[in-house]
Design a binder for this molecule. Structure first.
Ligand code: 6PG
Length: 243
């Protein structure tokens, strides 16, 4: 049974702090190795910046955490559009993270080759090629949501959304800017998470968030978690909040 909670922060800055506290609590509640999956986007980026600063910088058990990505743009790691680059500049470069604990999506010759390689990495670290419904791949997952209801690089109406077996696939055509091919976790992999938080900020997200929360069949609405699904939103984005 999944618990669903919504935590509304007064603005984007408060949301950043609330998301960092949420993540810290989830990590502290996990013994041993903690698998944390990150996403791209400007709202998650603010969280990563917060983690690289006090009090989180001194508090997080950096040596126990493994960092993964829910998706990336199919661009070289130095490209401004790379999610891995964004996380490196916001977080990885500033925290005592052993390099072998950062698992970015590789940029190989094709999105499909990158997807296969990342899937192999995930399967090796998970220790199986089939996902066990009672043992999540990730302990904690951070998701963003796009104006069209996409999450990770699962865009409405695109074939990646329908994938039922593979853990990671190439997305030849993005449904939103930047229009570069993507590599994304599929729903089976995204949903193999113990605790998942969506970070949603800004008035432009209010309409799509209302549709997702109303249960419309959009990619973000298909995301579940094994134990806890949290909507961390700011007042501007929350459908019921009156300005
Ligand atoms: C990406 C994503 C994507 C993102 C949302 C929200 O690579 O673009 O992982 O799913 O999280 O589009 O992004 P914003 O917070 O910038 O709106």
């Amino acid at each position: 049974m999944t618990t669903i909670e919504t935590i509304v922060s007064k603005d984007a800055e408060a949301l950043r702090q609330s998301a960092a506290s949420w993540l810290l609590e989830e990590i502290e509640a996990t013994p041993g190795d903690v698998f944390v999956c990150l996403s791209g986007g400007s709202t998650p980026q603010k969280l990563y910046e917060a983690l690289a600063r006090p009090p989180f910088l001194e508090t997080l058990p950096w040596g126990r955490i493994r960092w993964f990505f829910g998706d990336d743009r199919f661009v070289p790691p130095s490209d401004e559009r790379s999610n891995a680059r964004m996380a490196r500049l916001a977080l990885f470069d500033h925290a005592p993270i052993p390099p072998d604990r950062i698992h970015v999506i590789p940029n190989l010759e094709t999105p499909e080759a990158s997807a296969r390689a990342y899937e192999a990495t995930l399967q090796q670290l998970y220790g199986a090629e089939i996902l066990d419904p009672n043992r999540p791949l990730f302990h904690v997952m951070i998701c963003g949501i796009g104006l069209d209801g996409h999450t990770a690089s699962l865009f409405p109406g695109k074939p990646a959304l329908a994938e039922e077996t593979r853990w990671v696939v190439g997305v030849p055509e993005a449904g939103q800017t930047p229009y570069v091919p993507r590599v994304t976790l599929t729903l089976p992999a995204l949903n193999s998470s113990r605790s998942t938080a969506f970070l949603v900020a800004g008035a432009d997200k209010r309409a799509i968030l209302a549709r997702v929360l109303a249960g419309e069949d959009l990619p973000a609405a298909r995301v579940t978690a094994q134990e806890q699904l949290s909507w961390l939103v700011d007042r501007a984005a929350h459908p019921d909040d009156v300005d």
